[in-house]
Structure formats: C-alpha cells, structure tokens
Design a protein around this ligand. Structure first.
Ligand code: PMV
Length: 352
C-alpha cells in the first residue's frame, strides 16, 4: 500500500534537464540492523551526519529517449550500479510517475575512497534522491522546500534505509519513537539541536581504514539474517529503550554515559552478526587491537576517545573537539594509524 502523502501528481510536463546535488554520509550511534517489508526499520536509529565525506551526483535526463539508466562512478561506467539504480527507479514509480519516461546518465563521485567502508550507499542514494526531487519540482512546479526534503528522505530510504538520515544535518533520527517528536519509519527527522549540549556539537569522526575492499557479507544479507536471529527481538527492544538515556545524555552533556552507550551499540551490532545463522564476522584483528588500545588509552589518560563501528572492519574514532583533542590526535597518529591498511585515515568533523 503506497504512502498517500508522497504519491506524485500525474500531470507533469517533461523537459530535457541536467541537475546536480551533493549529499553527505552518516554514522549511526544507535544502529539500524533488521527491517520489515517496505524498508521499515525494526527499531529507531540516530546518526551524526558527516561533513567532509559526501557524494556529488549529476543527472542528465532525456525524455525523448526510452527508459534506460547509465551510471558513471569517477568517470567510469559501472554496469552493476546502473542495474541497481534502474531497479530502484522502477520501485519508486508510484511516487514519481514520470520516472520511467526517459533516459538517465548519472555521473557520481565520492570525496572518500569507495572501498573505505564509509557508507557510500547513504550519501549515494541521498544525492540521487535530491536530484530526483529537483527534477520532480521542475516538472510539476513543486516549491515547498520542507516537503521536497522530506520526500527526498522518503525516497532515499527506499534505496538504502540509512540514506534517509543523510538528508538532514547534525543528529538525525529515523524510525518512530515516542522519545522524538515527529519521528517516522518512512523518513528521517533532525534531532532538535536545542536539546543537544554544546559538547556534542563540535565532534570529530576519524575513520581508521583497517580493511579496504569488498565486505564479506552485504548489509542487505545482514539485515535479512536478523529475521531468524534468536536475539533479534531483545535487540530491537534495547535499541528502542536506548533512546531514553540518550535523550538525557545529549541534553546534559554526559560524555561518560555517551561513550558507554555508543560503544555498546557498536559491539551489539557486531554481536548480532556473530549470533546470526550462518554467523559472520566483519571485524578484523586490527579492529580488535584498535578497540583494546582505545580502552587502554582511556583508562590511562581519562581522555574521551571512543569508537563506533559500521557494518565493516573500519573503526570510527570519535572525540569532542576541545583543548584535549590534540593529545587524542597525537595518540591516533602514532599508536592507531599503524593498524590502518595503507595508513588510511579519513578525518571528518561535525559542527552544528
Ligand atoms: O542502510 P543499510 O541497509 O546499508 O544499513 C546500514 C546499517 C548500519 O550502517 C550498520 C547501521 C546504520 O544505522 O546505519
């Protein structure tokens, strides 16, 4: 049953168009892992939208040609990617009724290494959805900026769940929870910035690239394995419950509890992978060594360096930007960077 609010008008005038847009990636603090039909998340999630890691996409649309999708990534045609986007366009026709009436050339570049494990699907689908909404607005005269952004988030979600969070800045929530007003399973909303303590509003995320290359198990497969995971029900409940302390933590600036909660979420995500049948492990030995080093550093110095993990081996090193951050940065450069394959590290910083 399509969502009525986002159904597209069937009276539109097509024209040859070129549009371009940019969308950042994001890193979840409370993780989304497990979903229901129609890309509905099994639990609410919250993420930081990154600043430097983003995707730039240009779409050239030609209504005189028949439906076809060609995708170039960094100037090189990616046939598999093209097929994926073609399938995606077919899946959203009810929301953009003009979408199958022309040919697309999509040129896309990421500002971060494609193989880095930074969620390129989040920024990628976010950028495509933004471009599509530009086309939509030009074809049917839509001018409501807030609705355009909300619908872009809705459309991005259909491509890749976590992508819907990339449409907003700062801290962003996807999935209905009584703890966040206006939250929805269908699109993301910005977490109210006035309820976020200053300490969380200038934060570093340095991504240590432990392993570059394809993941052994895709997130699509990983989400699917939650359907038969005996711990899934408890996990979904816990993620939901975690919003209660998180709200208080964010308001009061309780960094110690923030660290506890965020690391617990990361380890729970990977524990779910290990408890799946078949089991899989995306962490590598370097991931574990870095985690132990972080814990040891924190114990010895009391400085707030901590981590989160995505569905991969890389470690997101999180720490607030303040008078202590130089000591943390020095430690990362000398003690943690050697664990990165090819010394790879992507430095991002969220300020809002
Ligand atoms: O959006 P997907 O289907 O690629 O899933 C992403 C899941 C995690 O990145 C592991 C967690 C999250 O909430 O972003």
């Amino acid at each position: 049953m399509p969502n009525q609010v986002f159904l597209g008008p069937t009276d539109f005038t097509l024209s040859k168009q070129s549009v371009a847009d940019v969308c950042p990636s994001n890193i979840a603090l409370i993780k989304y892992w497990g979903k229901y039909a129609g890309q509905i998340p099994a639990n609410p999630s919250i993420s930081y939208t990154l600043s430097n890691c983003h995707t730039k996409t240009e779409i050239n649309f030609d209504p005189a040609a028949s439906f076809a999708v060609k995708v170039n990534l960094d100037g090189r045609e990616e046939v598999k990617f093209g097929e994926k986007i073609e399938k995606y366009f077919r899946s959203i026709e009810v929301y953009l009724p003009w979408i199958l009436q022309g040919a697309y050339e999509i040129n896309t570049v990421n500002t971060f290494p494609h193989s880095s494990g930074i969620a390129s699907s989040a920024s990628g689908f976010g950028a495509i959805a933004k471009c599509l909404m530009q086309l939509d607005a030009s074809f049917n005269g839509l001018a409501d900026e807030e609705f355009i952004r909300k619908k872009a988030s809705f459309l991005a979600r259909i491509g890749s769940g976590s992508a819907c969070r990339s449409l907003y800045e700062g801290l962003v929530v996807w999935g209905e929870t009584t703890e966040v007003e206006g939250s929805s399973d269908l699109f993301a909303v910005q977490y109210p910035t006035e309820q976020v303590h200053d300490i969380f509003r200038d934060f570093n995320d340095w991504v240590l690239l432990i392993h570059e290359g394809q993941k052994a198990v895709s997130s699509t497969v990983g989400h699917g394995l939650m359907d038969s995971n005996p711990y899934a029900k408890r996990r979904f409940l816990e993620a939901r419950e975690n919003f209660v302390p998180l709200k208080k933590i964010l308001k009061e600036g309780d960094l110690t509890e923030f660290i506890r909660l965020v690391e617990h979420e990361a380890l729970t995500l990977h524990a779910m992978m290990m408890m799946s049948t078949p089991a899989f492990i995306l962490m590598q030995s370097g991931t574990l060594e870095v985690i132990n080093k972080i814990w040891q550093f924190r114990k010895e110095t009391g400085l707030p360096l901590f981590f989160t993990l995505d569905a991969g081996a890389n470690v997101h090193l999180l720490f607030p930007e303040n008078e202590n951050s130089n000591a943390i940065k020095d430690f990362i450069e000398t003690e943690l960077k050697p664990f990165a394959q090819n010394g790879g590290i992507v430095k991002d910083r969220m300020v809002f």
